[in-house]
Design a protein around this ligand. Structure first.
Ligand SMILES: C[S@@+](CC[C@H](N)C(=O)[O-])C[C@H]1O[C@@H](n2cnc3c(N)ncnc32)[C@H](O)[C@@H]1O
Length: 374
């Protein structure tokens, strides 16, 4: 149960700067014109609590078509959220964020994403829903969440969400290089302004290193064979070439099972390029740290490696890192900072049928203890 109110703060207002976001840009999203065009309403207004804004017909929001996963369950986790700032650390197209703001009239949004295309789409979607004036968007990597929150002068947040991985549009835009479905350069960076690309890795990493990346990041049984085939076929020219190499490296009988044969290798490379598993524990600990007493953190993960990290960080906070033997009273002085929140762990069959991306989703949530001190 949430007992403490959290500081609310003034949101930034200013011109929309869609499409051109320098690092760490603050985007204020408040285009009433877009909202009216998309909803047919006469002027922007706050929506009654719990009702979703009508943006389905908005061309701007359709430009980033990503259905938010386990939305009903996320809204349930945050149903008792006090007034204050909701932190969406993986804003994407703001699908979850728009629904959370619509359900909580006195909550403002601090949205973070490292992808400038996602931030532009989120700004559009928030504008179209008439919620832009309550949103501050920041381009940042989520492991810096502590600094971002502090930089905004917020202190603590009323709730925080991580919806991990990539969004549907990142997969669907060929030139991002995430997908084996379209031929494109092997990029896979969510933040295209820095870092190594998937092409750099497949064309220069040692065979053993490649095999380790593929095995560790995707549990691929044939990682060794795939790494050998990649090295033998260098230079790898693009996504289609890589998909062909991987397919040919996998035994014919296995190729016909479990989706596209290159799916796991592409996932493994994406995780490596974006350092997803290294960053995650740092980010989650930082997010738990900025939760107000009674505030909740919800995390949606999409593969076992991610879920293991989420579970372990949450357990560490739940036990305070206690090292005493199970069943014995704690004598090591550990101080728990959160309690686990019971929630549905997986998407319903109906949602999975409608949105296949939801099939691998796992939801975990914790609540900061009222006694926890920052
Ligand atoms: C699954 S999408 C989120 C979709 C969003 N919940 C919605 O409903 O529209 C994940 C987003 O997180 C972003 N992301 C992934 N890793 C990140 C990181 N380390 N720092 C900041 N953003 C990240 C991606 O760029 C992507 O836009």
């Amino acid at each position: 149960m949430i007992r403490h109110d959290v500081n609310s703060r003034t949101t930034h207002r200013g011109p929309s700067v869609l499409g051109s976001l320098p690092d760490d840009t603050v985007v204020s999203s408040n285009s009433a014109r877009c909202h009216r065009a998309c909803t047919g309403e006469k002027s922007g207004r706050h929506l009654p609590s719990g009702r979703l804004p009508r943006t389905e017909g908005c061309a701007m929001s359709q430009g980033f078509a990503h259905e938010p996963v386990m939305l009903a369950e996320i809204l349930e986790v945050f149903s008792g959220m006090p007034d204050g700032t909701f932190l969406d650390a993986t804003l994407g197209g703001a699908g979850h964020a728009v629904a959370v703001l619509a359900a909580h009239a006195n909550v403002t949004l601090l949205g973070i994403d490292q992808d400038d295309t996602a931030l532009a789409a989120a700004a559009s979607h928030l504008d179209a829903a008439g919620l832009g004036g309550r949103a501050t968007l920041r381009r940042a990597r989520f492991e810096t969440v502590g600094q971002v929150v502090e930089g905004e002068g917020i202190g603590v947040v009323a709730g925080a969400l991580f919806d991990l991985g990539v969004s549907s549009p990142q997969f669907d835009v060929a030139e991002r290089g995430f997908s084996y479905r379209h031929d494109a350069p092997l990029d896979m960076r969510m933040d295209r302004s820095r870092g190594v690309t998937a092409a750099d890795i497949v064309n220069s990493a040692a065979e053993e290193h490649l095999a380790r990346i593929i095995a560790t990041n995707s549990d691929e049984r044939f990682a060794g064979r795939i790494a050998r085939a990649i090295v033998a076929n260098r230079p790898v020219r693009g996504t289609s070439h890589l998909a062909e190499i991987v397919t040919a490296a996998i035994p014919a009988a296995t190729r016909r099972r479990g989706g596209h044969p290159a799916k796991r290798t592409f996932q493994a490379l994406r995780i490596e390029v974006n350092q997803e598993l290294e960053i995650l524990p740092v980010a989650l600990r930082a997010a738990i740290d900025v939760l107000a007493p009674g505030a909740r953190l919800a995390v949606l993960s999409y593969h076992s490696g991610e879920d293991r990290i989420v579970k372990s960080v949450m357990r560490e906070a739940e036990t305070g890192g206690c090292t005493c033997r199970a069943g014995l009273p704690c004598g090591c002085g550990a101080v728990p900072t959160v309690r686990r929140v019971r929630t549905r762990r997986e998407a319903t069959p109906a949602e999975t049928e409608r949105n296949p991306r939801a099939a691998s989703a796992r939801l975990r949530a914790v609540e900061k203890l009222p006694t926890a001190v920052r």
